[in-house]
Design a protein around this ligand. Sequence first.
Ligand code: NAD
Length: 494
Amino acid sequence: QPFVAPDNTKILEYTPLDQIPIGVQKLKDAFHTTQKTHSVQYRLNQLRNVYFKIKDNIDEICETLELDFYRSASETKNLEIVIGLNELVHTMSSLHKWVKPEPVTDLPVSLQTNPIYIEKIPLGVVLIISPFNYPFLLSLSAIIGALAAGNVVVFKPSELTPNFAKLFTRLLSESLDEDIFFTINGGIDETTKALEQKYDKIMYTGNNFVGRIIAKKAAETLTPVILELGGKSPAFVLNDVKDSDIPVIARRIIWGRFTNGGQTCVAVDYVLVHESIHKKLVEEIKRIIDEEFYAEFKTLDNSDDSSTITPSYTHVIHDRAFKNLSNIITTTKGDIITGGEVNSTTRFISPTVIDNVSWDDSSMKGEIFGPILPIIKYSNLSTALDDLISSGHDTPLAQYIFTSGKTSRNSNPQVNQVVTKIRSGATMINDVVLHVGLVNAPFGGVGNSGYGSYHGIYSFRAFTHERTTFEQKLWNDTALKARYPPYNDKKNKL
Ligand code: NAD
């Protein structure tokens, strides 16, 4: 069943359906007639406008996300704005280097004097569809990649964060020329209309179900697609972990699960811990949640809505997700060792840890995308990996491995065993989530977590056509005459 979002039209003005083809066509015409995005200086000017506009409105951006899902300004600043602005600066300072044509190397002797190179040309009109969970970073990062590569952008923000979408699209519209940037606000109807138009590339970030709709629609017009999807990203805790390392591992896992109310595409979805470490790790996770990170929830009264609104905890985005998550809590066969409190009015779910979970538990069916952490105990790493593969969750967006031994796969056979067996969008050893902030490393999924990647130069490449250009001399025909008929043995000699 397609998910129909709550009616946010009172906050966000949806784009009239008949304006969508007109807006997209206007951008197409501008791309082809003015050709202004071919100028690198023009692109840099546009990006600079965006940079200053955001710098001037950081507090306002944070406030919108507080309104949309009680997100604290610290999470918005640290996990979205700092990373987004870093990438913008990195893009602006690298663009001259990235756009330079690259010479083709390893040419045969007969062609070594020819100019043969790879040009970096814009694709044209790019459609970017963004999700609600990190709406600033995931939108900005894609938009700046597309603009830096010289494209014009049709942007569809998530309607689930309406206060944010309203402000952000206004800020971008004020910074960018109207013939290179067009926003479509709305839900399924507006996105469906947007997808009826022809683009040169579509980038979609969101859930797997909608990802398939986008890819099918794009296939009708042979439009290339980048799909940034989710998945169940595991955290392995290996049997070599020392007691003294357990607190830091527990802290990192908790942060990687419960930040943003668990609504992070690369969140720790579940823990796979060796039986020899299991008891101590679970005790430490519980202690840190109850006594350190979320100690304030001890005195919280669920039946009092306002009591559930605390400054450092993000709530669930909408009622349907809230019901799915509450359902996991009520149907799990594991042991809830902390949390499990819910408030449906504010869509609050306290940080919930479920221990002694089996692979067929309700918490292991699909990506949780909320503040629930299942813990599976294993006795043999090979068997655990086989079980993971049979579960079908074997191409997650990220995988995390905690070890007190060597961190390199070449020196740690267990790390090597995990990373060889499990294909994942990214791997982190001894930490979680931070790879998202790398401005110049490819970020993307594999298998069910999507295809294509972006960030830094990878964004530039994702939105660029690398065109091989071969300059030949007309006088240079003697050496190449063997290709012409009539063929004979002399010409066929290798
Ligand atoms: P969402 O509901 O905000 O949807 C994302 C976008 O899809 C929105 O713009 C929405 O309007 C559009 N959409 C929704 N239904 C549609 C339909 N039927 N047809 C066309 N468009 C439609 O966000 P979400 O999908 O719930 O996001 C959460 C998911 O995204 C999780 O699975 C998460 O792991 C994944 N995610 C992945 C990444 C990544 O970088 N790989 C980043 C963030 C989130």
